[in-house]
Design a protein around this ligand. Structure first.
Ligand SMILES: Cc1ncc(COP(=O)(O)O)c(C=O)c1O
Length: 239
């Protein structure tokens, strides 16, 4: 964030943090979501805390605050003004039931984050023993990690796609994470991107594997995943 903020300052740009996967995380001791002009959080059920769907935007700028409140409320300028639309807005209000769920979840946020960190620790320990699997690196500037997903890199001669297939055969779901944006059909059609345009991104996109991860996983389940991952690596890289 510091280098980004320096560039933004130099060119008089606003910065909006995408903190959707980072609730509770800290960058050099400062909380994700407080580092820039505004920040967004997402509360889909796969996130550290959930409201079912929806999210939240934070800002300390009073004028932005009024703008965001207006835009989410169909462009009404004064909050609750009856059918008086000053700008083109959206219906982006979080509904009451979702907000109620969020209020309860946020009270449990420390416990939710601690449980996820425990699951990540179990993976870190077990995967340290497994050749050809590179565990997640935590940047030194991340003074508190908030675990959202657990993504490893698969080193050759092991193949990410073969491992996914083997894991699926024993009932373990895993996913590529992420397919590079420029290779998504929409971006190819719209901008003409092709394989080879961003080789580093593509290399990483081909070897990144999201393992099953949630705050309700047990140690035995982590063991099960790691044992089968180890077996799959031995089988596929020997073949
Ligand atoms: C980093 C990041 N940004 C943005 C989003 C989008 O969130 P939403 O679909 O709730 O707007 C997500 C959700 O998966 C995310 O992980």
């Amino acid at each position: 964030m510091d280098p980004l903020l320096a560039v933004a300052r130099a060119y008089n740009l606003g910065v909006i943090e995408d903190a959707c996967e980072a609730i509770g995380a800290e960058y050099k001791g400062r909380s994700a979501g407080t580092l820039s002009d505004a920040a967004v959080f997402a509360f889909y059920p796969n996130k550290q805390m959930t409201t079912g769907e929806g999210g939240m935007i934070l800002t300390n700028h009073t004028d932005w605050d009024m703008l965001f409140r207006s835009m989410r409320n169909q462009g009404r300028d004064v909050f609750n003004a009856w059918l008086n639309h000053t700008r083109l807005g959206y219906n982006y209000r979080l509904d009451e039931m979702s907000a109620a769920m969020g209020l309860v979840q946020i009270q449990r946020i420390e416990a939710l984050l601690t449980k996820r960190a425990q699951v990540a620790d179990w993976y870190n320990e077990r995967l340290a023993e497994i050749d050809l699997i590179e565990r997640p690196h935590i940047a030194p500037s991340t003074t508190r990690m908030s675990w959202f997903v657990y993504v490893v890199r698969v080193r050759p001669p092991a193949s990410r796609d073969d491992l996914m297939q083997r894991l699926a055969e024993v009932g373990i779901p895993s996913r590529p994470y992420f397919t590079p944006i420029h290779l998504q059909p929409f971006y190819r059609d719209m901008f003409g991107y092709q394989p080879g345009d961003f080789p580093v991104t593509e290399r990483l996109g081909a070897v990144s594997l999201a393992l099953p991860f949630s705050g309700v996983m047990t140690e035995a389940q982590v063991d099960y995943v790691c044992e089968h991952l180890q077996a799959a690596i031995l089988e596929t890289s020997a073949a």
